[in-house]
Design a binder for this molecule. Sequence first.
Ligand SMILES: [Zn+2]
Ligand SMILES: [Zn+2]
Length: 265
Amino acid sequence: MTQFSIQFLGTGNAWSKPPANYNTNAIVRACGHAWLLDCGILCPLALHARNIPIQSIDGAFITHLHGDHALGLEEIFFRSFFACQRKIGLWLPSAFSREHSQIEGTDLWENCLRASMETLVHQDGKTKITTLHDYADIHVVNPGEPFDLLGLPCETFPVIHTAQKPAFGIFLGSDAAYTSDCTFSKKRIEMLLERNISVIFHEVYFSAPYPHSVHTSIDELAELPPDVRKMIVLMHYADETTADDFARARKLGFRIASPGMTFSF
Ligand SMILES: [Zn+2]
Ligand SMILES: [Zn+2]
């Protein structure tokens, strides 16, 4: 079993604002390496607030292309490339590479980063235009295919989040699963339990359910059996979540992640 830890940089949602909270992004540390599990627009700010230097980040995995999960990559890549003269590893679900997926509109470079990050650089006496490959060592990954992420065995699984846009959860080692953003699925929970993991990091919202939500409500999770609820750590909740909301969740057996919290395996 590979030992690792996951430290939350933030546990908020897309609209969270410091100092209340930051986007649900985390640092995974294993085998002497540190990598970002999602890198949203507030991620560079969260790293700065915790005095975590960008030079200490060796890689990133991105679950989906919403701003609170992917748009911090611009600063991380720019600073790594220009200030630190280094690439970091990028573990990229194939759905976010048009070259591999043939899907239009979900390419990390073309649809999220290129407009800002394509730039002229001078290297080895030549002038060239940058691509994603200049900023990152890219490792394309597919659901159900185990891969090694800087020493930690990982595997992605698809989740349903926004209509017709790919999104993925990830198994971390043999002990934990991380759903990132998703709608509720009892089948998915059953699939995760079949892997004999001990912890599920699951997104949640506490506000009144609204039609066609792309997230998971506490009421849906509350329907799970008590022994399953005990395995779940809640994340990705709104800044407006109240003490009463958290108290109710704890009474149901859930644990709640908060910014800076570290879970060790
Ligand atoms: Zn999100
Ligand atoms: Zn999202």
